[in-house]
Design a binder for this molecule. Structure first.
Ligand code: ADP
Length: 398
């Protein structure tokens, strides 16, 4: 069955068509600047040329219409008609406490997702618009919602509660939720599979290090803690997000710089992280790695601080699980930056971690990068959120 995977943002939409039998991506692409002047669609069929077309996209329905047209196009399309698309899997950012698993989309589910809008005001409304647009154009095709938060719903209360007045939890559901759940679930399962061990027997720590970044602790196949919280701002230092800070810093900056809460949130979300810490040099680790190797002080400080924070989270999750068998690195930085993996692992001597630098410099493989005598196994496992969404979708519609 062909599964269309949709990841819909407020002005962009990523898509992949995946054959669920071969698990191959048949075509993929991206719509950008939806509702903004200069919108364009990029479409790449498997084995074919990448096509970029600048065309008006006043709304998401038009964007989806263009995606479906590209997929069924006589010359460059990959299917003859929409009947060859068996189901659509939608990535939904926030499922709150309502969704601990993926689900078939019904009117009731739409309402429940909408009730989570407060928790992700930038993302959930855009996700809903994407679903509505698809339902309009493919009214008889089953749709599935796959939530970024669902995998983390197994966290125990002691891991998800904040030290805040309890009434905020009761009134507003303020608690830790975690994100990147599809990736943490996919990568931890894959690690067990590659090692030939039972998922339910392992204590696994997954470091998903991309533009957004989070660490999770997966004990016996269940997530017991993760570093992002009510929103994706908590936890690691990220591309442009601050991660954990003393909340009193917000009041301090407000007074010193005359900023209001919205302006401060923009600083914490868009101007902080490795970008801010490197004195606005770059949020991209390729630039930071080059600077680090050239002895640039801003890059050295940024790289060390970033890796120290990752190691600190790993240490705390060893405590959370009373041990660890496997540590996995994944996503843009985790998969492609051997320097980051090396610097993080330098802090992990207490776990008996020893890295094979030759293996650490290999690319694009599911591979153990620790030496055979390392007490803890360290691996690189490329993530594949779209495939994970396609698998979830098939399992619900079959
Ligand atoms: P997103 O959170 O947007 O999905 P990704 O997981 O794609 O992010 O990660 C993007 C980041 O990965 C880039 O900003 C860059 O810092 C990093 N990255 C990508 N390729 C490399 C590379 N070859 N070396 C170092 N870092 C890389």
């Amino acid at each position: 069955m062909n599964i269309l995977v949709i990841n819909c943002g407020s002005s962009s939409l990523k898509f992949q068509l995946i054959d669920s039998e071969t698990e191959k991506c048949i075509a993929k692409g991206l719509c950008e600047r939806i509702g903004i002047e200069g919108s364009q669609i990029t479409y790449t069929p498997d084995g074919g040329e990448k096509e970029q077309t600048v065309t008006p996209m006043p709304d998401h329905t038009e964007a989806i219409r263009l995606v479906l047209e590209a997929l069924t196009n006589e010359k460059t399309g990959v299917v003859k008609s929409l009947d060859e698309i068996g189901a659509v899997g939608h990535r939904i950012v926030h499922g709150g406490e309502k969704f601990a698993a993926s689900t078939i989309i019904t009117d009731e589910v739409m309402k429940a997702i909408e009730e989570c809008n407060d928790l992700a005001p930038l993302h959930n409304p855009a996700n809903l618009i994407g679903i509505n647009a698809c339902r309009k154009l493919m009214p008889t095709t089953p749709m599935v919602a796959v939530f970024d938060t669902a995998f983390h719903q197994t966290m125990p209360e002691e891991a998800y509660m904040y030290g805040l007045p309890y009434e905020y939890y009761e009134k507003y559901k303020i608690r830790r939720y975690g994100f990147h759940g599809t990736s943490h679930s996919y990568v931890s399962k894959k690690a067990a599979e590659v090692l030939g061990k039972k998922y339910e027997d392992l204590k696994i720590i997954v470091c998903h290090l991309g533009n957004g970044a989070s660490v999770s602790a997966v004990k016996n196949g269940k997530c017991v803690d993760t570093s992002m919280g009510l929103t994706p701002l908590e936890g690691l230092i990220m591309g442009t997000r601050s991660g954990d800070i003393d909340p009193a810093i917000m009041e301090f900056i407000a007074h010193k710089e005359g900023k209001n809460i919205d302006e401060i949130m923009t600083v914490l979300n868009k101007k902080s992280g490795v970008y801010g810490l490197s004195n606005n040099l770059s949020s991209d680790f390729r630039d930071l790695e080059a600077g680090y190797n050239n002895g640039d002080a801003h890059c050295i400080r940024t790289m060390n601080t970033y890796c120290y924070r990752v190691a600190k989270y790993i240490g705390s999750y060893v405590a959370a699980m009373n041990g660890v068998d496997v540590i996995c690195f994944t996503a843009g930085i985790g998969e492609n930056a051997p320097l980051v993996r090396s610097l993080v692992c330098e802090h992990l001597g207490f776990l008996g971690v020893s890295i094979d630098e030759e293996a650490n410099h290999k690319r694009g493989e599911e591979i153990a990068i620790s030496t055979p005598d390392s007490k803890t196994t360290v691996m690189v496992i490329p993530t594949n959120e779209e495939l994970a969404i396609a698998r979830e979708t098939v399992s619900l519609v079959k």
